[in-house]
Design a protein around this ligand. Sequence first.
Ligand code: NDP
Ligand code: GDR
Length: 345
Amino acid sequence: MARRVALVTGITGQDGAYLARLLLERGYEVVGGVRRSSTHNDWRLRELGIAHRVRLVQMELSEFSNVFYVVRDTRPAAVFNLAAQSFVAASFRQPLYTASVDALGVTRLLEAVRIVDPEIRFYQASSSEMFGKVRETPQSETTPFHPRSPYGVSKLYAHWTSVNYRESYAIHASSGILFNHESPLRGREFVTRKISSHIAMFRHGLIDTLRLGNLEARRDWGHAADYVAGMLAMIEAADPGDYVLATGRSHSVREFAELAARAADLDLVWEGEGVEERGRDRETGRVVVEIDADFYRPAEVDMLRGDAAKARRDLHWEPAIAFEALVEEMVKTDLDRLDRNQPLL
Ligand code: NDP
Ligand code: GDR
């Protein structure tokens, strides 16, 4: 690629921050798409020390003219489409908005790419949520899809739209089917960061209990810093394609909570069943975890475990950070933030 401008939608999110850092390290000029808001939301970019090195432009994915002019005026070599209403639980309450941004937003962006310059390379942030009610385990690029939420359905539309623009217009469009990836920069409503931040607040005496939903759900959790390297590998590959990125290991929410508690010197013992279940600290007997049925979902994705053999083979991609190290990093970072009187964002 001759020109080295990368346009990253959703740059204020978790992946946007890690990807921007990686792109800068690799010599790209980074332009970040930010939706209009009354408050400036660049804490992740600041935490990684790169806020001053990226150029931010206003970009709202539900507005075609806005998307089109940004692509036309920035003339990127590559577009990484990370912007989305990304919280599955919220998609049940806001299905139309989720579809507009997560599904149609991708058509808007790909139309802009097609019209401005079909040589622009494109990465779509697809999701293991597309597998939903899984037909086989582990899940790979050839596993049939069965999404279980408006989010999953929207991402599936976006996935096939990316495939379609590749096949119809020869656009270098890749779809990364990424399994859950987390980090200290994860949003606080997602279960991993909810657990790490609440455990840290519990340790600091700032809250009484952590209220969770389904403890039995299993996810294939990796580290976001590893996964953005896979995104860049897809963009830089000679040919576009669809790739699963996953660790191949799956853990329950319960296991995540136990490990996170241990990283803060709490030893969880469980008692009761269903919504009556509690997790107490063995030493003090204090209740650390309670169940709150409000966090159950209308339709659940019970278990996900990915097979990233294709990415290993074709992209030489391999996740480096193990589950245990990820959990520890997340809890220690939140404890550290509180030690330094930083708000947990
Ligand atoms: P985040 O929720 O942290 O970030 C989402 C980003 O999208 C934010 O910058 C957000 O802006 C922006 N955004 C939301 N709505 C709009 C809109 N209407 N117009 C423009 N920008 C918008 O998500 P992640 O970083 O975790 O994930 C990145 C992408 O990867 C998402 O598409 C997600 O669905 C997908 N994905 C994530 C996985 C994961 O485990 N993290 C796994 C598989 C896929 P603001 O800061 O203003 O909210
Ligand atoms: P997910 O992530 O839905 O997999 O989507 P989330 O962390 O929200 O949920 C994971 C699992 O944990 C269960 N759970 C809870 N979840 C939340 N948020 N809060 C709770 O209190 C709680 N208790 C139990 C959930 O039911 C679920 O089974 C993430 C997002 O990043 C998507 O954008 C991305 O596409 C997928 O990962 C892959």
